[in-house]
Design a protein around this ligand. Structure first.
Ligand SMILES: [Zn+2]
Length: 242
């Protein structure tokens, strides 16, 4: 189809706009920060798991400390009871008194042992609590980074959506300047995933790569440069380089 020089300019601009529109849509659907967000999601899962494990360790030592305290309490009850018996002394032989004293000493020894074990558990608890606090900080950090990346992607997508709309509007204006049939051919190629139209710089379709036969190419070279063609393979609008 023969078009005017002005229409040729419009078609060339439309080719550029369509390419820009494709790049915008590609970025919109494949955000640049997408892989970073995916990485943060993985890190978040790991951080959550580490926090859960650290909390379990803390719970184990807390239980140990509590158990020690219960045991000490029981021993102290015995010490109190036997000390009262000893102080009362009613009906006790000297042998009973010695036995009671030995029993009290035994309970006191046990208390000392439990307290030593409790001290060990308390030290481990302190270390476990500090590990838990680190795990919590890491999780908070990853969560914040994830939110900020999500926001950034959302903002960029909104920006791209605006640019896509502007691009479509500009393309619409250019299409209005071109013959209807040419526009139909252009849109048909776009709907098949093509660029719509392409400029020929040699005997190959710049849209799909299809070779143009030597005889055809030669006859095309003799025609008006504002003559448009349709690729036999992909049906894109083709225009010779000016
Ligand atoms: Zn083609």
């Amino acid at each position: 189809m023969l078009i005017t020089a002005e229409q040729r300019g419009s078609l060339e601009s439309l080719i550029d706009l369509a390419a820009r529109g494709r790049a915008l849509r590609h970025e919109h659907d494949n955000p640049k920060e997408g892989p970073a967000l995916q990485d943060l999601v993985t890190q978040h899962k790991e951080a959550e798991e580490q926090k859960r494990e650290a909390a379990e360790v803390v719970e184990t030592f807390r239980t140990q400390v509590a158990e020690c305290q219960t045991l000490t309490e029981k021993q102290n009850v015995q010490i109190k009871k036997k000390t009262d018996e000893l102080n009362d002394g009613t009906g006790l032989t000297s042998r009973d008194l010695v036995n009671l004293q030995n029993e009290i000493a035994g309970h006191e020894e046990r208390v000392a042992e439990i307290e030593e074990s409790e001290l060990g558990s308390m030290e481990e608890l302190e270390a476990a609590e500090s590990a838990l606090s680190e795990a919590e900080s890491k999780l908070a950090e990853v969560t914040a980074a994830g939110r900020s990346t999500q926001t950034s992607i959302k903002e960029r997508k909104a920006e791209l959506a605006t640019q896509i709309d502007e691009n479509s509007a500009a393309a619409q204006t250019l299409k209005a300047e071109l013959p209807d049939e040419l526009v139909r051919q252009f849109e048909n190629n776009i709907s098949q995933g093509g660029p719509g139209a392409a400029i020929l710089s040699g005997p190959n379709c710049q849209a799909c790569g299809q070779e143009i036969g030597g005889a055809t190419w030669k006859s095309m070279l003799l025609e008006d440069p504002n003559q448009t063609y349709e690729c036999e393979e992909c049906e894109a609008v083709l225009l010779r380089k000016g």
